[in-house]
Design a protein around this ligand. Sequence first.
Ligand code: MRU
Length: 343
Amino acid sequence: MSIEPLAWEGGRLRLLDQTQLPNDEVWLELTDHTQVAEAINSMRVRGAPAIGVAGAFGLALAALTSEATDCETLLRELRRAAEELIATRPTGANLSWAVKRTLAAAEDASDVESARTSVLREAQAIQREDIEGNRALGRHALELVPERATFLTHCNAGALATAGYGTALGIVRAAAEAGKQVSVVATETRPLSQGARLTAWELLRDGIECTLIVDGAVGPLLRRGATDLVVVGADRIAANGDTANKIGTYNVAVLAREHGVPFYVAAPTSTIDMTLLTGDSIVIEERAAEEVTAPGGRRIAPPDVDVANPAFDVTPHELIAAIITERGIARPPYASALSEMMR
Ligand code: MRU
């Protein structure tokens, strides 16, 4: 079974610390929502759907640790905790979606005790639905995957980036389970090496063939015809299909177009933000300069050099052959396909 990086156990959130992979498999036990906010911010848990699930459990911890004796006080505390959790990472749509959904469960409750139980139940439902959704997404994608398929993927949109099974890597898993011969080329993914540290780790763990390349090797590889399809995840998808994903995704999409390789986005519908008409309004998280100048703590650039470190980029919808979700496959024109899907 593929790894599930979050587990609710004994009134605590157990979370696999992804900053320690692939060297150490360290499980943290989080007991309050500020610890969850720290874990999201420092990317101990990362990947849009996984941080959504973590945020939902963060709110559950806020509810369970609150000493409030009336609904009004509890809701005031939960709204504050929800804001803190949502502020940790701005680009992914799933975090605010999951936290708001969990908060709404408390708002609907009639007394404090049932509010506490409802918040936890909602978080558990989000976690369960994410795994089921990823499996459905993988099944929908089978028609796009040849019998022998070499995938190219960027960053980590795998089990580690979700409650389990993965989106982009969920498609790889579903294809393997359906008897197709699959292998994956994973980009290293600078600056935090999610491809090298996480995609390679989880694929090898599941016995799926994986070749690691540096980000700059994508062009020549696609030119040689060495991959059949590109599949990436998404952090936020605008109503016209423009897609924010890990920095470097846009480069891959342009190269895929140039070399005639289909470029697919795989994401749950909770990543689709119908309030944004285009990707131009997606907020791109800017992260610390040290991630670039001293990756993993080892200095590779002068400390006083100016640095730009956007964590995500936006791939325009024209470069995307299809968007695969748990509800099915959306194809261009996305404005109508996504509004139909989200109805
Ligand atoms: O900064 P990260 O590691 O959270 O970025 C993750 C990605 O960009 C993933 O591709 C995206 O969240 C989709 S995960 C199913």
